[in-house]
Write a protein that binds this ligand. Structure first.
Ligand code: PNS
Length: 177
């Protein structure tokens, strides 16, 4: 029997309830979902790839057909390497659509056999983005309704560490990730 495997890629800096909701929906649709954490997105990161992977593993540990792994390089190469046939992405608001559309078409140009399947998160999570979470947490705000407790604790620890890389960075920039 062929395993219907999908890859859900992202920066997950950090993961939030919207990502968990999308993963849960994808896990109901596919036999196996690999949540693939991109190691070096072209943006200022708060968490290392190992930290992002560890936080997601903890958050998703109860979903048996989901595994979390880091990836480098081109997404379509990774998708082929792990024997998946689909890329999962979440859609929240209209402004997500253009970027997702362009990414899906670029990936299709590179790998026509791989389809992109978009899921829409529960409406109570639609406004959450990692950048909003980082921004609120950096200002001491309450993100407990947006991220699981372990990720909230990691954010508090990160922002209270004056020696961390990038300490003093202004996170008050709302970017749609
Ligand atoms: O959570 P994000 O930052 O929106 O995720 C973006 C991600 C990691 C899915 C995208 O940047 C990506 O696929 N990067 C891997 C490099 C690649 O394949 N780039 C071409 C995609 S069009």
């Amino acid at each position: 029997m062929t395993i219907r495997r999908a890859v859900y890629p992202g920066s997950f800096d950090p993961a939030h309830y919207g990502h968990i909701d999308i993963t849960t929906r994808a896990a109901r649709t596919f036999d196996e979902v690999i949540v693939a954490v991109y190691d070096k997105p072209a943006k200022q990161l708060l968490f290392t790839v190992d930290e992002r992977v560890a936080m997601l593993r903890e958050a998703l540990k109860d979903i048996t057909n989901v595994r979390v792994a880091p990836f480098s390089g081109l997404l379509v190469h990774y998708v082929r390497e792990v024997g998946a046939f689909a890329i999962v992405r979440g859609l929240r608001v209209f402004s997500d659509f253009e970027l997702e559309f362009r990414m899906a078409l670029a990936n299709r140009r590179l790998a026509p056999e791989i389809d992109v399947i978009n899921f829409i998160a529960d409406e109570k999570h639609l406004h959450i983005s990692s950048s909003t979470v980082r921004e609120i947490a950096s200002l001491g705000g309450d993100v407990s309704s947006m991220v699981p407790p372990a990720i909230e604790a990691a954010l508090i620890a990160k922002f209270s560490d004056p020696n961390r890389d990038g300490a003093g960075t202004n996170y008050v920039v709302s970017l749609p990730d």
